[in-house]
Design a protein around this ligand. Structure first.
Ligand SMILES: C[S@@+](CC[C@H](N)C(=O)[O-])C[C@H]1O[C@@H](n2cnc3c(N)ncnc32)[C@H](O)[C@@H]1O
Length: 385
């Protein structure tokens, strides 16, 4: 098939609103900034749009386009990729593009699927409202019959969002031995219980999970709940992240809202333990606020409020970059979509061992020098950088 015919076919199907989902993959060049693109139809303010989700090395970006612009966009993006899988309402099409842009168009299956416009549909959660999960009942999120309590619905959404991240991380965890997981600053541990429930009860993983927190009473209560639920491989310990040195290897480190540099300490421990997965939602990122001195940014930093927010965002960008420099594929993602605060950013890092790109360290240094910043995490991991 000729390239133009392929584009005409795609435009026709988009025009007929037949798209259910699509993934465009295999960049032609390794250096391609965008690694993968996903498409799906969405409904925005009652307008039909095609959402393009661009997977960059460290970040996901989205664009919602009307049909004709989406078809034109496809023509551009296909120049950089060699493969695509389109699920249409009636058929699934596998597309391969040769070096010289010869098109192979294979119909892989004829199924009938309906395009669900994601902004419209009821959110599909991994944990369902109406199904009683013992840990959610025990923690007071659900009533005995599985109904999520009205005042706990936000928590329920947050737990579900977190489980989506756990589900994504699953493929990065070992399957042939006990998986070791640490949750630093576990607090009341809704998410620690959720993690245990999902990986142990639903996915049957052999694991050992430890929740660590400074608060003795909270930890004792969590341990009691774990005992009541007979969660035998979940333990809670009283302790300070900064002093915790009990392990030599850990597979996954979670830190959710651990304050200020406690997050950095947890990240540095995770790196030293060679953790395959790190999930971290920072909180109270104060460190840089007291260090930043950048006359070039005076226009912004003269405002205390802006300086505080800028410091928090710079701190998390620096954390992500350091993790990338020490061999993690790192992304900053939205944790819950309730509010837009620095608390809402999740750092997700998967160990790949990949060497930093040329110039990456210089770019990092230029940024920290611009801010006159000496990040805690850089000092902690200096020997690896
Ligand atoms: C805001 S709570 C979050 C709790 C839980 N991770 C969540 O997301 O629901 C932060 C928790 O981190 C704990 N924490 C803060 N600094 C800590 C440290 N240095 N060592 C251990 N725990 C710490 C606090 O005691 C608190 O329970």
């Amino acid at each position: 098939m000729e390239l133009q015919t392929m584009h005409a076919q795609l435009a026709e199907r988009l025009g007929g609103r037949e798209l259910v989902s699509a993934t465009i993959s295999q960049p032609r060049l390794k250096s391609n900034d965008i690694k993968r693109i996903k498409l799906k139809p969405v409904n925005i303010k009652n307008e039909y749009r095609i959402q393009f989700e661009y997977q960059h090395e460290h970040v996901l970006k989205h664009e919602n386009l009307p049909i004709d612009e989406a078809a034109a966009k496809l023509e551009t993006v296909f120049g950089d990729f060699r493969q695509a899988l389109f699920q249409f309402t009636e058929e699934k099409v596998q597309i391969q593009l040769s070096k010289k842009f010869k098109v192979s168009w294979k119909i892989e299956g004829t199924t009938t699927k309906t395009a669900e416009l994601s902004h419209n549909r009821k959110k599909q959660y991994l944990l369902e409202d109406g199904v009683a999960y013992p840990f959610l009942v025990r923690l007071g999120v659900q009533s005995e019959d599985g109904k999520v309590k009205k005042q706990k619905y936000d928590k329920f959404r947050q737990i579900n969002r977190f489980i989506e991240f756990i589900d994504d991380a699953l493929e990065h965890l070992p399957k042939d031995r006990t998986v070791r997981i640490l949750d630093f600053g576990s607090g009341k541990s809704y998410l620690t219980f959720a993690l245990y429930h999902y990986l142990r009860i639903e996915k049957g993983l052999d694991l050992r999970v430890t929740g660590l927190d400074l608060k003795k009473e909270v930890i004792e209560e969590c341990q009691k709940i774990a005992d009541d639920l007979q969660y035998g491989q979940l333990e809670f310990l009283v302790g300070d992240i900064n002093d915790y040195n009990e392990e030599s290897a850990v597979d996954m480190v979670v830190t959710l809202h651990a304050c200020d540099t406690a997050t950095d300490m947890a990240l540095s421990r995770a790196v030293k333990w060679n953790a395959s997965v790190i999930l971290s939602v920072p909180c109270c990122q104060h460190e840089l606020n007291s260090q930043i001195d950048a006359p070039e940014l005076g226009l912004m930093l003269q405002h205390g409020l802006i300086k505080e927010r800028f410091s928090a965002l710079a701190t998390d960008s620096i954390r992500a970059e350091i993790l990338s420099l020490v061999g993690y594929e790192t992304q900053l993602m939205e944790f819950i979509d309730l509010e837009n605060t620095p608390k809402n950013i999740l750092i997700r890092a998967y160990k790949t061992g990949k060497k930093p790109a040329a110039g990456q360290w210089d770019r990092y240094k230029a940024f920290t020098q611009l801010l006159s910043a000496e990040p805690f995490l850089e000092n902690e991991l200096r020997h690896l950088l």
